[in-house]
Structures are given as structure tokens and as C-alpha cells.
Design a protein around this ligand. Structure first.
Ligand SMILES: CC(C)(COP(=O)(O)OP(=O)(O)OC[C@H]1O[C@@H](n2cnc3c(N)ncnc32)[C@H](O)[C@@H]1OP(=O)(O)O)[C@@H](O)C(=O)NCCC(=O)NCCS
Length: 168
């Protein structure tokens, strides 16, 4: 990490190429994420445009030496659930295990709480994704339940775990 320029900031359209590289590298390693098929640059451009405009979500990127190496978001839920934010995070393989996931998650949660006055952050995670659960436990999330067969992994039903963190 020596001499690397590390920033956490809002997404920009100029992040398109390195974001696509990151997303597709996660697909290649079969990471336990929603996206399980490689994206084209056109699909990624639409996604990036959408998240830059989105007023109901906070997205932050982890940028190392100008390249997108991580992404985290909190989506505010609607109507009677608009005090709840749904969290998602991923860090590119080579940047993992250095405390950066924790840093990015802290930042996105703090900004989402400030902007949306959230009372609860929730997430769901593959039961077998113990590494992510380690991070969430460390950040104060508590498991509230399991949905048996609640999520698919390359066409196979897997259990998912729901975790929440209450904000004082
Ligand atoms: C989960 C993920 C975001 C963690 O990011 P990271 O930058 O590697 O995490 P950090 O270095 O900040 O570590 C924070 C905590 O996560 C857990 N953790 C991270 N790497 C771990 C490992 N290899 N083994 C066990 N626990 C680990 C630990 O609890 C760690 O705290 P500690 O260092 O005090 O033990 C990252 O592994 C990732 O993007 N994985 C692929 C995508 C994914 O699974 N996203 C979550 C979907 S729900």
C-alpha cells in the first residue's frame, strides 16, 4: 500500500472503464454477488449513469491510484420503510485484507445515516460467505434470520442470512 493514493469518493462517469474491469473480475472469480454474468461497457455505462443520478442511494467508490478497487452502496427503502437502508459492498481481490472494506463501509454508512436519517441498516449475505459475515459482525451487524434457499448461485439455490444494525 506504500505510496499508493487511496481515496473514497462519489462515482464519476470517467470511472467507467475501471469499474467495468472491477465488476467483471468479480464475476470471473465467481464472487458471491448479485451480478453473475459479465457486463458490457454499454450496460456498465447505463448503471453508472443511474447511480450518479440516484437520489435515494449513496454510492461510494474506493479509488486506488485512480482505479476503482471497491464499491459500496446504501439504498434507501421506500414509503413506510424509508428509515431503512440496504447495504452492499465489494472490494477487488488484490485490495482485500487491508482494512479498506471496513473503511469504505464505515464511510458509506455514515453518509447514508446523515443524508437519509436512517434508523436501520440491513443486508443479506450468502450463508457460506463467512468472510463478508466477519466484516459485518465487526461493524456491529447482528444476524436476524436465515432464508433457506433464498438466493441463487449460478442456478443453484443457497441459503441467505439477513443481518441488521440499529442506529442510535
Ligand atoms: C467482504 C469484503 C468486502 C471484505 O473486504 P476487505 O477489504 O477484504 O475487508 P477488510 O480488510 O476491511 O477486513 C474487515 C474484516 O472482514 C473480515 N475479513 C476480511 N478478510 C478476511 C479473510 N480473508 N478471512 C476471514 N475474515 C476476513 C474480518 O472480520 C476483517 O476484520 P479483521 O481484519 O479485524 O479480522 C471482500 O472480501 C469482498 O469484496 N469480497 C467479495 C465480494 C463480497 O463477498 N461482497 C459481500 C457480499 S454480501
Amino acid at each position: 500500500m506504500k505510496n499508493q493514493k487511496i481515496e473514497i469518493r462519489l462515482p464519476k462517469m470517467s470511472d467507467l472503464k475501471s469499474l467495468l474491469i472491477m465488476i467483471n473480475s468479480l464475476v470471473e472469480e465467481k464472487a458471491m454477488l448479485t451480478i453473475q454474468e459479465k457486463l458490457t461497457i454499454e450496460q456498465e455505462r447505463e448503471y453508472l449513469k443511474r447511480i450518479i443520478k440516484d437520489k435515494e442511494s449513496i454510492h461510494l467508490f474506493l479509488i486506488i491510484d485512480g482505479e476503482v478497487m471497491g464499491s459500496a452502496k446504501v439504498d434507501r427503502q421506500k414509503n413506510i420503510r424509508d428509515h431503512i437502508g440496504e447495504l452492499g459492498i465489494s472490494i477487488k481481490k488484490e485490495a482485500r485484507g487491508k482494512g479498506l472494506g471496513e473503511k469504505l463501509m464505515n464511510e458509506v454508512i455514515n453518509q447514508a445515516i446523515k443524508n437519509f436519517k436512517l434508523k436501520i441498516i440491513s443486508l443479506d449475505v450468502y450463508k457460506k460467505n463467512k468472510i463478508a459475515q466477519g466484516l459485518y459482525n465487526k461493524m456491529g451487524f447482528k444476524k436476524v434470520g436465515t432464508i433457506k434457499g433464498g438466493v441463487q448461485y449460478y442456478g443453484k439455490y443457497e441459503d441467505s442470512i439477513i443481518m441488521v444494525k440499529y442506529i442510535n
